[in-house]
Design a protein around this ligand. Structure first.
Ligand SMILES: [Zn+2]
Length: 46
């Protein structure tokens, strides 16, 4: 009965990452990804 509810940012309503960080660059709670930052900081969403 495990229903996974995607956590959303309380500010921008964007679905948070698995680690609970916001992935919306325009959001005040935005946290840049660790691994992808040095490579590509643009395309994060398919
Ligand atoms: Zn946000």
């Amino acid at each position: 009965m495990a229903i996974k509810i995607k956590k959303r940012c309380i500010y921008c309503r964007q679905v948070l990452r698995e680690n609970g960080t916001c992935q919306n660059p325009n959001c005040v709670r935005y946290t840049p990804p660790k691994d992808e930052t040095e490579k590509n900081d643009k395309e994060q969403q398919a």
